[in-house]
Ligand binder design. Structure first.
Ligand code: ATP
Length: 212
């Protein structure tokens, strides 16, 4: 049986850039996902508040995805006026999509390294699979909670099809060395971030005078 697999890729997307977009698309293809959803968070619980508003970040995602039928925007976290806990999002998606769908939560090594600080982190693996991708400048955790979680649940990619949750899979898509922090710093310093974000997103950043 070929199980339906839905990929979830969360982030602040402050702003969305070609590193996120290319990664999401390659993961969708490599993992043969039926859908790949990008979920911007409203109030990130573990980091400083984003510089662009939730509405501006969502608008940049809408613009970026305009001509891309492979990736979808899921705005549910923006509609909650409280911190964006992945645990709440996964519970909601499970209730909506039912128990037969494979949920595939995708994140970079940087995000995975800090997973034990997430709300109800030990429950996440029972609600979804986790796919961890390499990130330039980072490596997999060698000890601590995240390393132990990886040891306990690491499986090969077939498990995404066999079960609806419960596996951690390491994946190595193409990596573009781009980060939101670098883009914000460049713009703040009066430099151009053209070509690191889609052209129309760059136009929007300038129109809205973002990250100055
Ligand atoms: P910041 O520099 O503000 O932290 P960021 O670009 O890392 O921004 P987020 O929107 O918080 O972006 O990241 C969302 C997810 O995307 C994280 O899991 C992160 O690991 C991953 N990610 C971001 N940029 C890249 C990239 N260039 N290559 C691979 N993964 C990335």
């Amino acid at each position: 049986m070929k199980r339906k697999k839905i990929g979830l890729f969360g982030g602040t997307f402050d702003p969305i850039h070609i590193g996120h977009l290319r990664l999401a698309l390659e993961l969708k293809q490599q993992l043969e996902l039926d859908e790949m959803r990008l979920l911007p968070c409203h109030k990130p619980p573990h980091r400083e508040a984003p510089q662009a508003s939730s509405e501006q970040r969502a608008e940049m995602l809408r613009i970026a995805l305009q001509d891309c039928s492979e990736l979808q925007l899921d705005e549910r976290e923006l509609q909650r006026d409280r911190p964006s806990y992945t645990y709440d999002t996964l519970l909601e998606l499970r209730a909506e999509l039912g128990g037969e769908v494979s949920l595939v939560l995708c994140m970079g090594e940087d995000a995975f390294a800090g997973i034990s600080s997430w709300y109800c982190w030990q429950e996440l693996i029972h609600l979804a699979h986790i796919v961890v991708v390499a990130r330039t400048g980072w490596s997999l955790p060698q000890n601590g909670d995240a390393a132990n979680l990886l040891k306990a649940y690491q499986c090969d990619v077939n498990s995404l099809n066999d079960e609806v949750s419960g596996s951690i899979v390491l994946q190595a898509p193409r990596l573009l060395p781009v980060s939101g922090t670098e883009i914000r710093q460049q713009i703040h310093a009066g430099e151009s971030a053209q070509f690191l974000v889609p052209d129309r997103v760059w136009q929007y950043i300038r129109e809205q005078n973002l990250y100055r």
